[in-house]
Design a protein around this ligand. Structure first.
Ligand code: GAR
Length: 210
């Protein structure tokens, strides 16, 4: 099985979805390590409960991004993982770090990229009067939330929808989409090539819709 590391900062519901999926596909991949930049992230408890090794690298102990990322890189290199999965990991990563793991790192973002990079995506979609919103899973490249999108899933924004209810709807869809993308990677069905997603034999111009 492929060895994966999951990086979190908080609740870790996407981590949980991947833990549950891993238990159904033990021959395909194994979560070897969960890393959090916050010592009190609830996701650390989820990992411990599943018997997965955890590591806290508290960013407040580092004077700059470079030194934090250097320690993170050192730990990930040491654990020799095949894939790094960012699951609610709320840190901007340095160019050097993203280059080092290019083609081996996925992120999930709660918007239909390239719309709404950054934070507060649900409220921004509502404020813009959008009729649909969604999630994107992409390869991580040096461009923030700008790497090639592997997979998207959409939800409707209903009249009177709140950011909270929208976030809940997106979360449910994320918990289906993220394990699927992780399996695709581990099965060799997707790869990053020339800043595009290569799907087995063909390169698609548009992200796949779930
Ligand atoms: C997810 O909705 C994910 O899309 C988002 O954080 C949430 C984490 O939830 N990620 C970002 O905003 C990345 N910029 P979780 O901790 O319950 O998995």
């Amino acid at each position: 099985p492929k060895k994966i590391a999951v990086l979190i900062s908080g609740n870790g519901s996407n981590l949980q979805a991947i833990i549950d999926d891993q238990q159904k596909h033990p021959q395909l991949y194994r979560i070897a390590l969960v890393v959090s930049n916050r010592p009190n992230a609830y996701g650390l408890k989820r990992a411990a409960q599943a018997g997965i090794p955890t590591l806290v690298i508290d960013h407040t102990n580092y004077s700059d991004r470079e030194s934090f990322d250097a320690e993170l890189q050192r730990q990930l290199d040491q654990s020799e993982v095949d894939l790094i999965v960012l699951a609610g990991f709320m840190r901007i990563l340095t160019q050097g770090f993203t280059q080092h793991f290019l083609g081996k790192m996925l992120n999930i973002h709660p918007s239909l990229l390239p719309k709404y990079t950054g934070l507060n995506t649900h409220q921004r979609a509502i404020d813009a009067g959008d009729s649909e919103h969604g999630l994107s899973i992409h390869f991580v490249t040096p461009e923030l939330d700008g790497g090639p999108v592997i997979l998207q899933d959409k939800v409707l924004i209903e009249p009177g929808e709140s950011a909270d209810s929208l976030q809940q709807k997106i979360h449910q869809r994320e918990h289906i989409a993220y394990p699927l993308a992780v399996r695709w990677f581990c099965e060799g069905k997707i790869a990053l090539q020339d800043n595009r997603v290569q799907y087995q034999q063909k390169t698609l111009q548009e992200p796949l819709q779930l």
